[in-house]
Design a binder for this molecule. Structure first.
Ligand code: NAD
Length: 508
């Protein structure tokens, strides 16, 4: 595999795993990075220790103290230049994401585009960090609400979106006047190094510590971030298992956490749906990124009148999905991240069968031409006559459970009957069913769509989900508010001191 492009991104054979404005000589041991495509070594990273973490945190905090004083539109100007740098390196970034994470190149490029999009969004936002003016009940008083930077934002990211999730958080955090400290997944650290280098180059020596990076293990570096009082907000993306540890630990010190955790997303297909659209959306949602998106379609709740037809169509398309090297333009399904993920796939298939599910297609490891050390699996459809216990779990692999339903009410009940609450969608031509799905008594997820699938969100909307998905919202809409502290101010411009609620106190 040609790795020359890595040099454009500043990736070397051996890389420092900590950046506090400059790359540190770290003391946490060496991590060898292998591509999930074929197991070949693509670089090494010298991991950070707890002491390295402290340096990064200190530098990020010092930079924040200065950065917060810069007018927000001036901060936006830096972010505009960062966005342009992302544009400049889009091809290389997309390729690196594919190389290190295994998603197909089109999706790698899409992830790089998401970084550009959120930078653009943040630039506009830098002139729109609006507060309210509020009518005071007191004579000659005015009230207002203003938003202020909070400090260093810790960003913990999952392997499956090695650059976009950080960009969602950091671009907003920067225009809001904060610094960032990134702890990426140990499965995708090179992508984090590349992004940090690009941003640091734009920010220059003065502001580079705003994008501090600390690559280390969860027990040492992860824990240091969770307990760090100079990190008032930790935005953590990953499994629900991780969220159960991270959330309460940050809460112990009254820190703020933004949790973006696991999903178990359903598409509902009603009897009146456009099945061509439903097939395309389901394949993209269930097979895309080899089933390794938090928004991956894992459940298909189909009206009994069309379930056989839809399943047959899906099986046909699944049969045409090319599995293989994700850098090859014809490939639709790349490898899973590692052997551990493939074992989880094997286990889920075996459990589904034990519980009564019927594998309609796939279900096995994929046999590729030539020898490959990657963990490739077949996209799989399992027909279940009712909800099996395994259906309620998130297996991070391309397994789609197809379940019959008889009414939109039953579909909504099943859609909501899982511990997770990230994304959902309904395919129907009936406005009554569509609106019911989106209503108060409809889907309980953070995302609910009509006639498009569960995955592939745009950056303009707030992204996140309910229940075990963690409750956080990031990216668009007014998500920026979580990166700031709100202040309510009352100003008395008169000569008397009236008390609220008309209270008389002492002689007044
Ligand atoms: P993971 O939970 O194994 O790891 C995620 C991150 O958390 C990594 O950086 C990891 O090092 C860190 N981490 C884990 N335990 C920690 C601890 N005790 N202290 C500090 N840090 C800790 O998840 P993964 O396998 O990398 O990613 C897949 C999961 O992420 C799936 O469940 C997926 O649904 C979820 N995900 C959610 C979203 C979302 O926006 N809701 C987006 C992407 C991925």
């Amino acid at each position: 595999m040609k790795l020359d492009f890595l040099k454009d991104l500043g990736i070397e054979a051996s890389n420092s795993g900590a950046f506090d404005g400059k790359w540190l000589k770290t003391r946490g041991g060496e991590l060898v990075i292998k591509s999930p495509i074929d197991g070949s070594v693509i670089g090494t990273v010298q991991l950070a220790s707890a002491a390295d973490y402290s340096r990064c945190s200190h530098a990020a905090h010092e930079a924040f103290l200065r950065w917060r004083e810069l007018p927000a539109p001036k901060r936006g100007e830096y972010v505009r230049q960062i966005g342009n740098a992302f544009r400049h390196y889009k091809e290389q970034l997309g390729k690196l994401v594919t190389l290190e994470m295994g998603k197909i190149l089109q999706e790698g490029l899409g992830e790089a585009q998401e970084c550009i999009d959120i930078a653009d969004f943040a630039v506009g936002l830098s002139r729109q960090l609006y507060g309210l003016t509020i009518a005071s009940e007191r004579q000659n008083h005015s009230m207002r609400e203003t938003w202020h930077p909070i400090g260093t934002v810790g960003v913990i990211t999952a392997f499956n979106f090695p650059i976009a999730v950080w960009a969602w958080n950091s671009m907003l955090a920067l225009v809001c006047g904060n610094s960032c400290l990134w702890k990426p997944s140990l499965k995708t650290p090179l992508s984090a190094i590349a992004m940090t280098r690009i941003c640091a180059e734009v920010l220059g020596k003065e502001w580079a510590p705003l994008v501090a990076l600390c690559i280390g293990n969860d027990v040492e570096v992860g824990a240091a971030m969770l307990d760090d009082p100079s990190v008032p907000l930790v935005s953590a993306t990953g499994s629900t298992r991780m969220g159960r540890i991270v959330g309460p630990r940050i809460a112990q010190r009254f820190g703020r956490s933004l949790l973006e955790l696991g999903g178990n997303n359903a598409i509902v297909v009603m009897e009146d749906a456009d099945l061509d659209l439903a097939v395309r959306a389901t394949v993209f949602g269930a097979v895309g990124t080899a089933g390794q998106r938090c928004t991956t379609t894992r459940r298909l709740l189909v009206h009994e009148q069309v379930i056989d037809d839809l399943t047959a169509r899906l099986v046909k398309v699944y049969g045409q999905c090319r599995i293989g090297n994700p850098l090859d333009a014809k490939t639709l399904v790349g490898p899973l991240i590692d052997e551990g993920a493939a074992l989880a796939f094997d286990r889920a298939i075996a459990t589904a069968k034990e519980q009564g599910g019927k594998v309609v297609c796939g279900g096995k490891r994929a046999k590729l031409k030539g020898s490959s050390k990657g963990a490739y699996v077949e996209p799989t459809i399992v027909r279940c006559e009712s909800v099996l216990p395994i259906v309620k779990e998130e297996t991070f692999a391309p397994i789609l459970y197809v379940i019959p339903i008889r009414s939109v009410e039953a579909a909504i009940e099943l859609n909501n009957d899982v511990p997770q609450g990230l994304s959902s969608s309904i395919f129907t031509a009936d406005i009554r069913k569509a609106e019911r799905f989106l209503s108060t008594i409809g889907s309980d997820c953070g995302i609910a769509n009509v006639n498009i699938g569960t995955s592939g969100a745009e950056i303009g909307g707030a992204f996140g989900g309910e229940k075990e998905t963690g409750g956080g919202r990031e990216s668009g809409s007014d998500s920026w508010k979580v990166y700031m502290r709100r202040q309510t101010s009352t100003v008395n411009w008169g000569t008397a001191l009236p008390l609220a609620q008309g209270i008389k106190f002492g002689d007044d």
